[in-house]
Write a protein that binds this ligand. Structure first.
Ligand code: UGA
Length: 473
């Protein structure tokens, strides 16, 4: 099938590459000529496992790139809208890109088109797309609109797309539903997973996705409600972590105990410094706005957001408690991305915590395995950037872990201790076993677990006598 994907962000580019992988002929459109030039030259513009491989496999065969939406609409039966819907000041999603793409589709369409809305949008967006098409001269039987929300996560986007739990299609006509089923057929009947050249399936993913066909409104709500529910799980466990700290319980044991109940499930119950990224914060706010506009009280959504904000404050307080005073302290920070496996720093709790620590007078050297360049674009030279984790902690008064990169969990603790000015580690992602930290002689502060302070105050004496320190913790 000929498919045009409009938008080459995380969702658009991954969808375009994966549709090509499923055997479709795909053109990916973006108005940013620089991005399209990079993609035409074979460079993936985002850090995502398997994506470069798919681009290499399909570029120039089933996958092309262009800045011309008009051409793409003319040539394609299906147009997938995957443009950004950034938040406005009030928390609503800004739908102006969706609207302008819809207008352009209406003006270029010749013959029947199926418009698939994949950007995360509030309820009634499909209805608005329909209305804009008609207002711009398209007859109502010359197109269908389907809401087909995407549930992929950054970092595992390709395998999430190719081995999804479910495919949701908010299709109001049988014709539209049939086309969506045809597009995703290899994922619905398991034939993609059986292919010898398939991207390998991660453990725990399904061969065959569940197909859920609903009204457009229901599909739109499924997306917002799914993200809000996952954000709720994270805020819930973070609030439980605070109680654990207050009563001397261990959040990792409590999490295991709760998550082993199959009705609850163990995923998205990792306590930390709160959720970030371009989706959860925006979608919780947008869902709240949708509920409010439609006369529904949904105070739980406010609470999810409040706990998430508080979690960052609590972590800063922990750093202050461990170091006594922050002014003049030199910190080695590991992790700037909003989570592991990605170079994305949008709404990253790590970036926000770094900013607040700088406001308190700290100096920071940071390392991130993938996000340094994007972080530099946001933070500039207000912090220093290290080429590796060990350089970041050299002569630091404490090590601060802000992103759950797996490689941080395998660092040589003996070496870290030698490099640090004080043996203090603050772990915002619970990457380490506290007993191991104790054995390594490190003072260890994590989330929802008792602080480990193996050494007496003598162990906190500065190791580097050449350095002036403002105070001794
Ligand atoms: C999220 C959803 O998981 C996807 O299903 C959805 O498609 C996507 O938003 C979207 O709407 O586009 P993503 O933002 O890529 O995906 O990342 P997640 O893996 O969900 O993590 C979000 C944040 O929650 C990160 O900051 C992560 O560190 C944090 N998190 C996640 C926790 O603090 N604890 C957990 O247990 C899980």
């Amino acid at each position: 099938m000929r498919i045009a994907v409009v938008g080459s962000g995380y969702v658009g580019l991954v969808a375009a590459a994966c549709f090509a992988e499923l055997g479709h002929t795909v053109v990916c459109i973006d108005s940013d000529a620089g991005k399209i030039a990079a993609l035409k030259a074979g460079r993936s513009i985002i850090h995502e496992d398997h994506l470069q491989g798919l681009l290499d496999r399909h570029r120039g065969v089933g996958l092309s790139f262009s800045t011309s939406l008009t051409e793409a609409v003319k040539e394609s039966l299906v147009i997938v809208i995957a443009v950004g819907t950034p938040p406005t000041a009030s928390g609503d999603a800004d739908l102006s890109y969706v609207e302008s793409v819809t207008r352009a589709i209406a003006r270029s369409a010749e013959g029947y088109k199926l418009i698939i809305e994949k950007s995360t949008v509030p309820v009634y967006t499909s209805a608005w797309i329909r209305r804009v098409m008609i207002l711009n001269g398209c007859s109502s039987d010359a197109f269908d609109v389907v809401s087909n929300p995407e549930f992929l996560r950054e970092g595992t986007a390709v395998t999430d797309f190719l081995y999804p739990d479910r495919i949701v299609a908010g299709a109001d006509t049988e014709r539209a539903g049939a086309t969506v089923r045809e597009i995703y057929k290899p994922l619905l009947d398991g034939s993609y997973a059986r292919r010898s050249d398939a991207v390998s399936k991660p453990q725990g993913n399904q061969d065959m996705a569940v197909y859920i066909e609903t009204s457009a409104q229901s599909a739109e709500l499924i997306k917002h409600a799914s993200n809000a529910f996952l954000a709720m799980k994270i805020s819930f466990i973070n609030a439980v972590a605070a109680v654990c700290e207050a009563v001397g319980a261990n959040i990792e044991d409590v999490r295991k105990g709760i998550g082993s109940d199959t009705r609850i499930g163990s995923r998205f119950l990792q306590a930390g410094i709160g959720y970030g990224g371009s989706c959860f914060p925006k979608d919780v706010a947008a869902f709240r706005s949708v509920a409010k506009e439609n006369g529904c009280q949904f105070g739980l959504l406010d609470e999810i957001h409040r706990i998430n904000e508080e979690q960052r404050q609590r972590f800063i307080k922990k750093v202050r408690t461990a170091l006594w005073t922050l002014k003049g302290k030199r910190l080695g920070v590991l992790g700037l991305a909003y989570k592991d496996g990605t170079d994305d720093v949008r709404e990253s709790p790590a970036i926000e915590i770094v900013r607040r620590l700088l406001d308190e007078g700290c100096t920071i050297t940071a390392f991130d395995p993938a996000a340094t360049e994007r972080a530099r674009a946001v933070l500039g030279d207000i912090i220093s950037y290290a080429p590796d984790a060990y350089t970041a902690v050299q002569d630091a008064d404490a090590l601060i872990i802000l992103t759950e990169w797996k490689e941080f969990a395998t660092l040589d603790l003996g070496r870290i201790k030698k490099l640090l000015n004080y043996p203090i580690v603050l772990d915002g992602r619970n990457l380490f076993d506290p007993q191991l930290m104790a054995k390594a002689g490190l003072n260890y502060y994590s989330i929802g677990r008792e602080a480990i302070e193996p050494g007496d105050s003598a162990s906190l004496a500065p190791r580097n006598p050449r350095r002036e320190v403002s105070a001794k913790p």
